[in-house]
Design a protein around this ligand. Structure first.
Ligand code: UT7
Length: 391
């Protein structure tokens, strides 16, 4: 079988218009623009306004991505949304995105903290590499602001809301996703946690008084972990792609803290000109940070065909992930393997057949229920007519 690659053919982003600056935060908590800028590099972040949700932001980014790819929502075979701040526990935000977009395909969400987008990209790549799907919409979207304790200066200066999306398409060209590395170490779970709201600590007055619905973070531990893991994960992904660090044209790291990014770049021996940084205007948008940074780099003309791009992330879990993508649009789209080509039509047929079978069963149930009701008086009558048993 021809080797199948997956290339990014569309991209889009959405940031809520409402901006919260460091000067605004100075009025809310005991902090200063000087502290935030020197310790994190962040100057402002976007916060959702009325009517904006994780799903609406995802859809806005996805529509742009589909436009760039020249596709319609019905052309998408799968939607994967990476998020840790869904609109609801149920239904999945991915299904709401599928519905609001007008797509007709499966959809699911992935939770891997700020690392989620690279996990989602790797997952989508697998569906394409196996031949199961041709076009996958991969979204990273976060509405973190409701989970931030706006009285806690340790965390509230860091986060922002936003969404980014890419279209991943099957291709025979040896480009697109060349490699990926995924990792998890749950022993560090408590370093970045929302303790309440789940089944371990369900919503209650006590939980709210305890402020357990907000993000809690051991900043120093996460910082140490991040500075170690970013370099390691990026190097592994580069080596898996059969490349060296000299071949990396652009590094797109998770946008959490400028100091973390600079240390990672230094460990990797990459000059900052090769690193995308936009956290000054977005803050940490968790799973949305890499796709937003990717889109900005494209808009600024920093990405050209043939470039090797390394995306690397870390986050709650604790998790980490890296992927190497060789940029380039597919010159010719890959043929969909015969076994899978008829899969959507086959799926529609089998769904129709299942629907017919279900209706038939429902009809039979209704008929037998009514037949039973009709026969009941007969049974009763027959019962009454039975001669009384001898005592
Ligand atoms: O996507 C993953 C999400 N998380 C991260 O990426 C976080 C990784 N960690 C970090 O980015 C950094 O650890 C922080 C930015 C969170 C903190 O920077 P730091 O240089 O590690 O500061 P620190 O926690 O060591 O605190 C230094 C001082 C403390 O005061 P004392 O104890 O030295 O008197 C803090 O109370 O800075 C104080 N501080 C603040 N001061 C003004 C903490 N937050 C603030 C603030 N404004 N917002």
């Amino acid at each position: 079988m021809t080797e199948r690659y997956s290339q990014i053919t569309g991209w889009g982003k959405y940031a809520p218009p409402q901006v919260l600056t460091n000067a605004d935060l100075e009025k809310m908590v005991d902090t200063s623009d000087e502290w935030i800028v020197t310790r994190t590099g962040i100057r402002e972040r976007h916060i959702v306004g009325p009517g904006e949700t994780n799903a609406t932001m995802s859809v806005a980014a996805a529509r742009q991505a589909l436009d760039v790819a020249g596709l319609a929502p019905k052309d998408v075979d799968l939607i994967v949304v990476a998020t840790s701040s869904p609109d609801h526990f149920l239904p999945s935000v991915a299904s709401q995105v599928q519905y609001q977009l007008g797509a007709e395909c499966p959809a699911f969400a992935i939770t891997a903290g700020c690392t989620g987008f690279v996990y989602a990209l790797a997952t989508a790549h697998q569906f394409i590499a196996t031949g199961a799907y041709q076009r996958v919409l991969v979204i990273g979207s976060e509405v973190i602001s409701p989970f931030v304790n706006w009285q806690d200066r340790d965390t509230c200066v860091l986060f922002g809301d936003g969404a980014g999306a890419v279209v991943l398409e099957a291709s025979v060209q040896p480009a697109g996703v060349l490699s990926f590395v995924l990792g998890s170490d749950g022993s560090g779970g408590e370093h970045l946690i929302i303790r309440g709201g789940g089944s371990v600590y369900p919503p209650s007055h006590e939980m709210i008084e305890d402020k357990a619905m907000y993000i809690e973070m051991n900043g120093r531990e996460v910082f140490k972990f991040a500075t170690r893991i970013l370099g390691e994960a990026a190097l592994q992904a580069v080596e898996r792609a059969g490349l060296t660090l000299d071949d990396v044209d652009l590094l797109i790291p998770h946008q959490a803290n400028l100091r973390i990014i600079e240390l990672a770049a230094r460990h990797l021996g990459l000059p900052m000109q090769k690193v995308v940084v936009n956290l000054d205007r977005y803050g940490n948008t968790s799973a949305a940070s890499i796709p937003i940074a990717l889109v900005e780099a494209l808009e600024e003309g920093r990405i050209r065909d043939g470039m090797n791009i390394c995306m690397v992330a870390f986050g709650g879990g604790l998790t980490w992930a890296a992927a190497v993508v060789r940029w380039g649009q597919p010159a010719q789209p890959v043929e969909w393997p015969l076994v899978w080509r008829f899969a959507p039509a086959g799926q529609k047929l089998s769904m129709a057949a299942a629907r017919v079978r279900l209706h038939a069963r429902q009809l039979a149930d209704v008929a037998s229920y009514h037949a039973g009701s009709l026969l009941l008086p007969l049974y009763t009558f027959a019962g009454l007519r039975k001669p009384p048993r001898n005592k």
